[in-house]
Design a protein around this ligand. Structure first.
Ligand SMILES: [Zn+2]
Length: 298
């Protein structure tokens, strides 16, 4: 995420120009030359208001990041989150910035639960893990995060504990609080409900959940599809470090492969080298190399 989004630079002037044009035409139709001038002025005013609005967001982000990252939050992340701990210095700084922007701009609502700063940090850390090395990524497709007090069933009640999380096509992510906390507590079991659901959300502005990482270069897409076929077969034979839940369909395969990429990086690199290589190129992150650097072994 950037303080000033790339689109901010052209969006307001472009919409302003359209407003001025529309103002002139409508004004001219209603009241001739005087109307055209009045309409044009109204268009200029509209464009300026939009510019100020977008500038306001940049200003809010700038002041948010002007103060140092809270020491309490840093200590919490170091204690709870292994991936944050191993990030190289420049990415860790970006992680802290993105976490703050995400927390400030994302609606996170508790369902029969109180949402603490710590929980909001865990939600933000889950999402930002995926996007930290993509400076222009904004999670625009995310509408709201709902935190449920425990696992839930398909009717969204707490009668049975079927589900620990869900990502909806309209941009809502549901996470069960105990499952989210457990995901962070055990850093290398390849289970992470936050990473899993936000990995689904990457696909939300696609026409369907295809299991192909969105934005993957064309040359890699075919490679990924063939690889996914082979890997899903391997899951069915039970010979994989990727969770066998991924054998259900391509979208689930992608989500559990992303969990394994961040949670079992060394094992994935050793036993599923091609999956690791494509995800590493895709996320522009190399968690297994960072584990090597801190002396971790399989
Ligand atoms: Zn899933």
């Amino acid at each position: 995420m950037r303080v000033e989004r790339g689109s901010d630079r052209w969006f307001a002037p472009a919409v302003g120009l359209v407003l001025v044009g529309a103002g002139v035409v409508v004004g001219a139709l209603l009241a001739g030359t005087a109307g055209a001038a009045g309409g044009g002025l109204a268009g200029v005013a509209g464009g300026l208001a939009l510019w100020r609005g977008l500038g306001g967001r940049s200003a809010r982000r700038r002041s948010l990041l002007a103060v140092p990252f809270p020491a309490r939050w840093r200590a919490f992340l170091l204690d709870k989150y292994d991936h944050y701990d191993r990030l190289p210095r420049d990415l860790r700084r970006r992680f802290e910035d993105d976490v703050r922007i995400f927390m400030a701009e994302t609606r996170i609502t508790g369902i029969e639960a109180r949402v603490t700063d710590e929980l909001r940090l865990l939600v933000a850390a889950s999402a930002v893990t995926l996007s930290v090395a993509w400076p222009d990524y904004e999670w625009d497709q995310l509408a709201e995060v709902l935190l449920y007090r425990r696992n839930f069933d398909r009717d969204y009640s707490f009668e049975s504990e079927e589900l620990s999380g869900q990502a909806h096509a309209w941009g809502t992510v549901i996470l069960s609080i105990p499952a989210l906390e457990e995901s962070f507590a055990d850093p290398d079991d390849a289970y992470h409900v936050g990473i899993h659901e936000f990995a689904h959300l990457l696909e939300v502005d696609q026409t369907r959940f295809s299991g192909i990482p969105p934005g993957l270069p064309a040359a890699r897409r075919q490679e990924w599809v063939e690889l996914m076929d082979r890997e899903m077969e391997r899951l069915r034979r039970g010979k994989s470090v990727i969770d066998d839940y991924g054998a259900r369909d391509p979208a689930e395969f992608l989500a559990v492969a992303v969990e394994a990429f961040f949670e079992s990086a060394l094992a994935l690199r050793r036993r599923h080298r091609e999956v690791y290589a494509i995800l590493s190129e895709y996320f522009r992150q190399d968690p297994a190399a960072w584990d090597d650097a801190r002396g971790l072994k399989l």
